[in-house]
Design a protein around this ligand. Sequence first.
Ligand code: MN
Length: 202
Amino acid sequence: MKKYELPQLPYAYNALEPYVIEEIMRLHHTKHHQAYVNGANAALEKIEKHSKGEAQIDVRAVLRDLSFNLDGHRLHSIFWPNMAPSGKGGGKPGGSIADRINQEFGSFENFKKLFSDAAKTVEGAGWALLLYDPETDRLVLTQVEKQNLMHLAELQILLSLDVWEHAYYLQYKNDRATYVDNWWNVVNWDDVEKRFSRAKSR
Ligand code: MN
């Protein structure tokens, strides 16, 4: 049976410098993301063994593990291409996502402030996300504590920002706000636009 795999980064580990240093990117991708991939596969394996009558499992613990690790894998798989190398990323969005942001949030600056505040004020480890909800045809800004997304499974993620300490501590220490402010320099708006088009056409 097919397993979850660690996707390759779409750029070099040092491509986001000076905003996110190589050491962070290397650890974040090869250790943290890899651990979520391994954790999701291990949980599935336990369920598989249980289904074959080969093992007893604590259902609640295994499903919690699966959700935590699989959602971690999914979020990081979006987070990496949501960013582009320094010099190529950042700036303002274009295309239909720019129009939509202006329409729903008043201006890009308003949106940027709101999204940054969401990221800066996540309690403990978590994420800031911009989602598209097809039911209302609207953008939805949200905060996620840790990375359990079960309640959001149907919504398409357009833009994600990891604010777990492992995403910034080696460089920014406890100054999450500066990390968030600098992160805007590496946002890949082409990728966000692509996800928005795909989400609307579903
Ligand atoms: Mn992370």
